[in-house]
Design a protein around this ligand. Structure first.
Ligand code: GCO
Length: 454
């Protein structure tokens, strides 16, 4: 089942296979060449927020090892790289002056990819908001949407001639709900009003950025990356099924609704509308623009049951038990069929363009033994999920590509360096990179896919 050759033969001829990373998780060089702090630098400095007190100061030192890391991607035969751009390198205060040295770094990154035959899939926002913008309220302030539009314009004016694709946001669910409602990610708020404000600012910022991108670099395909949740009811009871419906609206509809259908879900407005910030005339048409593609990040299903307790906040659900016995080292259930059902449900509910799986992967923390990292469970995970993507493509869904998360082990947000998702192992003491068994497997899959075409 995990024979790369058989798997490769199931994908469309023009299907893209790539790897993904994000700036704060790999770059390090936090104070170099004019970069100023982001909300994640500040969050890491708060006691108790990040496992082990880990920070992004050094990370994988990618900022200094750019060429070596691009060589690594090339040596694996990978021809598409999804990376993010750090807003605090480009506009260190979020607005105002442009930092040319920050732009120079991404210039070198993009040129380095091109020279190696690697396509460039850039993400503008992967959670590193310039800290200075928190003075105005960060994502809870409408002004941040306009700051983001300007940032998008500055980046595209410099790199737009060489990018193969651009995404506005990565996983707004995380930078909205996880960051402002659940308090797990920076800035660590637990406040529904703040979260609803961040929700609308983020959606608006997406739409404003799409306008800017199309104006400055009209040839670059533009999309958004969403970690849609495959919501599964914990039982067949009417209460649990209704709970799953509410959860779908809250976790998916709050983003997909305005972006793809031009409206917030009725259930969300009914329950929380009065606590939302003003949705101004014209906002929804700015947010709802036809995109060239959308990206799905998928790891694990979300099983929910009804939470009948009095005063339970919408969507009033609680976690239901896992069904699959397989769980990764970060505690996430492995259940590939949920990926297929999710894509089907989303195409049914929303007017969606072609899809890239922009992230998928598994956390397993095996270390090298005599120079070998034997991470067979990660290979099994990739094989199972890629089978589902192939099934979707064969069933006629417009699946365009797949990016493994991640190229290499990196800073796993609130989990610090403890949780490893890489195809390549990183020794954080020496910065030595070691290709894992899964990395070799993925590489073989790609060469088999290419051999079949040429
Ligand atoms: C995400 C992320 C990554 C995480 C990965 C594993 O977008 O959630 O892009 O930053 O590292 O999802 O949790």
């Amino acid at each position: 089942m995990s024979d790369p050759k058989i798997l490769a033969s199931r994908f469309p001829a023009d299907f893209t296979f790539g790897v993904a990373t994000a700036a704060f998780q790999i770059e390090g060089a936090a104070r170099q060449d004019g970069r100023r702090p982001s909300i994640w630098d500040a969050f890491c400095a708060m006691p108790g927020r990040v496992h082990n007190g880990d920070t992004g100061e050094v990370a994988c030192d990618h900022y200094h090892r750019l060429d070596e890391d691009l060589d690594l991607i090339q040596s694996m035969g990978i021809t598409a790289y999804r990376f993010s751009i750090a807003w605090p390198r480009i506009l260190p205060e979020g607005t105002g002056r442009i930092n040319e040295k920050g732009l120079d770094f991404y210039d070198r990154l993009v040129d380095g990819c091109k020279a190696r035959g690697i396509q460039t899939f850039a993400t503008l926002y992967h959670w590193d908001l310039p800290l200075a913008l928190m003075g105005d309220g960060g994502w809870t302030a409408r002004s941040t949407a306009y700051a983001f539009q300007r940032y998008a314009k500055v980046v595209m004016a410099r790199l737009g001639d060489r990018l193969d694709s651009v995404a506005t946001f990565n996983e707004p669910w995380c930078s909205v709900w996880l960051s402002h409602l659940y308090g797990i990610h920076a800035p660590g708020e637990r406040n529904m009003e703040a979260a609803l404000a961040a929700l609308h600012t983020t959606n608006l910022a997406h739409g404003l950025a799409v306008e800017a991108i199309r104006h400055v670099a009209p040839k670059v395909p533009v999309g958004i990356v969403l970690n849609a949740h495959s919501v599964i009811a914990g039982s067949d009871s009417a209460a649990d099924k209704a709970a799953a419906g509410r959860a779908f609206d809250f976790h998916n509809g709050a983003f997909f609704g305005p972006v793809f259908n031009g409206e917030y879900p009725a259930s969300l407005l009914g329950a929380l509308g009065e606590r939302m910030p003003t949705v101004e005339e014209g906002d929804l048409s700015i947010i709802n623009q036809k995109l060239d593609w959308w990206g799905l990040n998928y790891y694990t299903p979300m099983r929910v049951s009804d939470d009948p307790s009095k005063g339970a906040e919408f969507p009033a659900t609680k976690p239901a038990p896992f069904v699959s016995q397989t769980v990764t080292d970060i505690g996430w259930e492995v259940f590939a069929p949920a990926l297929g059902a999710l894509v089907e449900d989303l195409y049914e509910a929303y007017d969606l363009p072609p899809c890239y799986i922009t992230e998928n992967g598994a956390c397993y923390n095996m270390e090298p033994v005599d120079g070998v990292v034997d991470d067979q469970p990660r290979i099994d995970y990739y094989a199972q999920h890629l089978q589902v993507v192939a099934d979707l493509a064969q069933a006629g869904f417009p699946m365009k590509g797949y990016f493994a998360w991640s190229l290499m082990d990196n800073f796993e947000w609130a989990e610090g360096y403890g949780m490893r998702f890489g195809l390549v192992h990183v020794d954080y003491g020496t910065q030595v990179r070691t290709l894992k068994k899964s990395g070799a497997w993925y590489s073989k899959l790609i060469s088999d896919a290419n051999a079949r075409i040429t």
